[in-house]
Design a protein around this ligand. Structure first.
Ligand SMILES: [Mg+2]
Length: 189
């Protein structure tokens, strides 16, 4: 296996909920509590179409540029870089210039510049084609279906365990956090 780590961003590297949920609350949507289904539309009791409109709006705001890193990423990413791992992002944000610029700036400001390349697959886009472009690598996700797409592309797949991604995930390694990924890869922190 080569030393490329391909990773999702939202909920995996950056904490989208930390900024999106307060943004929604400021617009009168219910305060977020632990949700066990993937997709905020279930949580807020709105249609997927309505949520998509709100997410697209949010993803063009300055708040979207200030998503904090997910737990332990600031510790684990430098350690992986020191061990010659490289990072590739596959992110499904809206395919427009402003959002892509905000995403890039956010990643740079939150984590330095770990990513060799950022693949934008479009809003709710399919990641399978990008995953198949790479030889067997590490693939990290917080979305169960996308994790399984990584397995089908023969990647060593980690799924960050969340209430909303429970269910069968054959050949996927469930982990609590990035520290467990580093340990599984034999990296001492
Ligand atoms: Mg995600």
């Amino acid at each position: 296996m080569n030393k490329t780590i391909i990773t999702d961003i939202d909920g995996t590297v950056l904490d989208l909920a930390a900024k999106f949920e307060p943004w929604m609350e400021a617009r009168g949507f219910a305060k977020a509590v632990l949700h066990d289904q993937y997709g905020w539309e279930h949580h807020y009791g709105i249609t997927e179409k309505m949520l998509d409109g709100l997410l697209r709006e949010f993803m063009a705001t300055e708040d979207f540029c200030r998503l904090p890193p997910i737990a332990h990423a600031e510790l684990v990413f430098p350690a992986l870089l020191r061990h010659d791992y490289t990072f590739v992002a596959v992110t499904a944000v809206p395919d427009n210039y402003v959002t892509k610029l905000l995403r890039r700036r956010n990643l740079f400001e939150a984590l330095g510049q770990p990513f060799d390349f950022i693949h934008h697959v479009g809003f709710r886009g399919d990641k399978s084609d990008v995953l198949h472009e790479y030889p067997r690598s590490v693939w990290v996700e917080d979305h169960r279906e996308n994790a399984l797409a990584g397995v089908r592309a023969r990647h060593h797949t980690f799924l960050l365990d969340r209430p909303y991604n429970q269910g069968p995930a054959e050949d996927v390694t469930r982990v609590k956090d990035w520290i467990e990924i580093a340990v599984a890869l034999g990296i001492a922190l």
